[in-house]
Ligand binder design. Structure first.
Ligand code: DX5
Ligand code: ZN
Length: 225
């Protein structure tokens, strides 16, 4: 049992001031870094060189969310660079287990993400090879979208498998998390909450992180605040 984790997404930060924006969320558990390739998703953000610079600029563990095609080719590089957790998309590879093994062999935790329309049932066996499941609660590609509560069944399914000892991983959610939606996600059994606009759109991002953590702890049966 652990306190809820909050991972601010720098997608909503000022990309010209990333070191300062990382410092602005002191107290965050992870810093979520959205890597987009303009192929897997219709947006283009940043890649390994920027992640390497960020690693030097902050002590907050990096949670790299790769919204890219061909993750088997690119994901291990993020692990080798020193990212804490490297998440790939289930929809982007035919062999997620092989990629997970390569990420872990390169020294990082391995995450699997599923888009809102992707059923989790197809991946329950595969999840044995992963450390985190990232449930997308918006269509990946952009910050500031509305939370999709219909994905919470996937979080509940995997929470149950973890609580009954069938899986060992963190359940993470990404998209539309804010003061209004964090409760529902916490009730569904989420461990780690990604929040972009709700943190970087706030006057005091570090206070927004703390407030989200307190809210999540208050609505979570399996977490101690
Ligand atoms: C969307 C990204 C998210 C995004 C979340 O594709 O994966 O991490 O930054 O932003 P908010 O919290 O604003 O929905
Ligand atoms: Zn993300």
């Amino acid at each position: 049992m652990a306190a809820p984790m909050i991972a601010p997404s720098i997608l909503s930060a000022d990309f010209a001031r990333l070191a300062e924006e990382a410092a602005a969320v002191h107290g965050a558990d992870w810093l979520h870094v959205d890597v987009m390739d303009a192929h897997f998703v219709p947006n283009l953000t940043l890649g390994l060189p920027v992640v390497e610079s960020l690693l030097k600029a902050t002590d907050i563990p990096l949670d790299c969310h790769l919204m890219i095609d061909d993750p088997g080719r690119w994901a291990p590089g993020y692990a080798e660079a020193g990212a804490h957790n490297v998440t790939i998309h289930a929809e982007a590879t035919a062999d997620p287990v092989a990629v997970a093994r390569d990420i872990r062999a390169a020294g990082a935790k391995a995450g699997l993400s599923v888009k809102p329309g992707t059923p989790i049932e197809d991946y329950l066996e595969v999840l044995r090879e992963f450390d985190t499941l990232l449930v997308m609660s918006v269509e990946p590609g952009f910050g500031g979208q509305s939370f999709m509560p219909e994905v919470l069944g996937k979080a509940r399914t995997v929470r149950n498998l973890v609580d009954t000892g069938h899986l060992t991983l963190l359940v993470e959610i990404d998209g539309g998390i804010n003061a209004d939606t964090v409760h529902a996600a916490a009730e569904a059994g989420v461990d780690c909450f990604v929040a972009g606009s709700a943190v970087y759109g706030a006057e005091d991002p570090a206070a927004a992180v703390a407030a989200l953590r307190t809210s999540a702890a208050g609505s979570s049966a399996h977490l101690l605040g």
